[in-house]
Design a protein around this ligand. Structure first.
Ligand code: WT7
Length: 587
């Protein structure tokens, strides 16, 4: 544990920090106040869209720029809060015209395009459930998620539709409508699809926000476990209270400030902090439609005068690799706060921030299930490089151990590793795993929510990440289920058995490695390896398919036949093999 804290000078001329005194903020914070700060009301009838867009218009800020999209050729498209409102109202009307009832699931499979905002906000406005899917997924993970989510409307691009959805459409009887963002309006529409632009153009431009309640499900995000199907995490409309409060307390985002979140909308960060939280703050968002590129990113930070920047460790490590000189070639006088999330942020990356930008990256920790940042390094507080920071005001977070009697007990010593546990009661806490109440119930014990992460906590309450309690893989910030990859591999005729683990990778944190046992009659070799790899990429999408495949003569199994991924990983990494008492072949 490094304890060399980075002290920071205040931001001269900038707005005052929302959170200046941590101890005092913890003492005085209440969620009731946070709710009032957002809505000015106490009645439990929140609607995320109304709080993120409608409220600013009611307060006379309709002309403020809400989002700026930047395309490959540096063309910029700006939308004001008023324009966002008009577009989302039109989309809400489209849903009603199509006969979609309140509470139905609407999914997006889109890049970072203006239509994403229209559909996301319109869906929430209409009281339907928004599920933003990761556009790098292949057909197989998409099919699983569209089925599990009972998705009735899918909004995607023509290219994604042809490549990923057309072939699985028959397996999706509940999918009533597919609306396309068209690439080429002169081409015929693929059968069974509708033109989103045409529907929006015909729709009425005013809508009366659906009377949602705080606890109504607003968002459906898919996350991965070790076994079985992905988990459909439901978040309520009240989540906006916590997303707004943390956008202020942690991201330190003020109304009118220029803010850039680099997360993909297909993961929870891209919605919670790429859309809802910052819009609720009345900020002005930058959205880069292109993929990562160091020079492009520095140019955006500089030219757009980004003030608050929320990014991820893999991107930071790629920037480091591109060299500090590239960053120093630009000036970032407007940039006043930088934060990171999603995977462990190494101490070197935190201090590299100081070298390259004159300020450290502030690590933050949360999960899809928590719906908002729970642990953070705050803008006004010193930063301990390598620590995830402290619990946000309004949340009690500890690391816990299980006693001999089977109870959970907070650990007082910083020397002992335990599981991160949070006291339920914050407004963005997930309300369930779709169709899996047992799993939801199993996430709670003794009045704690158990996060499935291992950490230490020091006497001052700083958390230091150790690892996961399960076998899920974090690669480039994406949470990947080994089970889902193993299942896809096993659909290849040559594969009898597969086991998937994460192996260390200097940039992505972890990379996916698969071990396969072949069926009789197949011979290991380069040909077969690339065939299986190609098969996995087609089904899963390149972003989640294994990077490496190794042939194995016998995967380690328990006596009950379960593959021991943990042992496989220990062998791969040269770590102690641990308790082998259940290994098959042992007496
Ligand atoms: C898992 C949650 C965070 C929202 C987007 C990802 C890992 C998250 C950190 C961090 C080390 C981190 C944890 C967590 N994680 N933040 N600052 N340091 N690990 O949400 O896909 O549900 O993933 O990401 O393992 O449980 P998610």
């Amino acid at each position: 544990m490094s304890t060399r804290a980075i002290q920071k000078a205040g931001a001269p001329g900038g707005p005052g920090h929302y959170l200046t005194n941590y101890a005092e903020a913890r003492r005085t914070f209440s969620w009731a106040d946070a709710r009032l700060a957002l809505t000015g009301r106490t009645d439990p009838t929140l609607n995320i869209a109304a709080e993120t867009v409608g409220r600013h218009i009611a307060q006379g800020h309709g002309d403020r720029r809400a989002v700026r999209f930047i395309d490959r050729h540096w063309n910029r498209v700006d939308l004001t809060y008023a324009e966002l409102q008009r577009r989302s109202w039109r989309f809400a009307n489209v849903l009603r015209t199509l006969g979609i009832a309140r509470g139905a699931s609407v999914a997006t499979l889109l890049g970072r395009v203006p239509e994403l905002f229209t559909v996301a906000l319109g869906t929430l406005e209409a009281g339907d459930v928004l599920s933003a899917l990761f556009s790098a997924f292949g057909p197989e993970p998409l099919k699983t998620r569209l089925q599990l989510g009972h998705v009735q409307v899918l909004v995607t691009t023509e290219a994604f539709y042809r490549r990923k959805v057309a072939g699985i459409r028959d397996a999706l009887p509940e999918l009533r409508h597919v609306l396309l963002v068209r690439d080429d309006a002169t081409q015929a529409m693929p059968p069974g699809t509708l033109d989103l632009a045409a529907l929006l153009a015909e729709a009425a431009e005013s809508y009366s926000t659906a009377p949602t309640r705080d606890e109504d499900v607003a968002l459906l995000h898919f996350t991965s476990g070790t076994t079985g199907k992905p988990k459909g995490v439901t978040l309520p409309h009240a989540a906006v209270i916590a997303q707004h409060a943390t956008s202020r307390m942690v991201l330190d985002l003020h109304p009118g400030e220029t803010y850039w979140c680099t997360a993909d909308p297909g993961w929870v960060t891209g919605i919670a902090y790429g859309l809802i939280g910052p819009l609720a703050c009345g900020a002005s968002l930058i959205v880069d439609r292109e993929e990562f590129d160091p020079e492009r990113w520095y140019r955006i930070l500089a030219e757009e005068r980004v003030q608050v920047w929320y990014t991820a460790p893999t991107a930071i490590r790629m920037l480091m690799k591109a060299g500090t000189a590239l960053a120093r070639a630009q000036q970032f006088p407007a940039l006043r706060h930088m934060a990171s999330v999603g995977e462990p942020l190494n101490a070197e990356a935190v201090t590299w921030g100081v070298e390259a930008f004159g300020r450290p990256f502030h690590d933050t920790w949360w999960q899809t299930e928590t719906g908002a940042i729970m642990i953070a390094n705050f803008a006004a507080c010193e930063v301990l490089p390598g620590s995830m920071g402290r619990a946000i005001p309004g949340v009690e977070a500890r690391v816990v151990r299980r006693t001999a009697a089977g109870r959970l007990e907070p650990i007082e010593s910083a020397d002992e590793v335990g599981e991160i546990a949070l006291r339920p009661g914050w407004p963005s806490m997930f309300t369930g795993y779709l169709e899996n109440p047992e799993r939801y119930a199993a996430a709670f014990a003794d009045g704690w929510y158990l996060a499935g992460d291992l950490a230490r906590r020091d006497a001052d309450g700083h958390f230091w990440f150790i690892g996961r309690t399960d076998d899920v893989i974090k690669s480039a910030g994406h949470l990947i289920s080994p089970f889902e990859i193993e299942s896809a591999l096993m659909t290849h005729p040559a594969v009898a058995q597969a086991a998937v683990i994460g192996v260390p990778d200097p940039i992505a944190g972890q990379a996916v490695k698969a071990f396969i046992e072949l069926r009789r009659g197949f011979t290991a070799g380069e040909d077969l390896r690339s065939q299986v790899l190609g098969h996995a990429r087609r089904l899963l999408g390149a972003a989640v398919a294994p990077r490496e495949i190794a042939f194995s003569d016998g995967l380690p199994r328990t006596r009950s036949g379960k593959i021991m991924r943990r042992l496989l990983r220990a062998r791969e990494l040269g770590l102690p093999e641990g308790d082998l008492s259940t290994l098959e072949g042992k007496e």
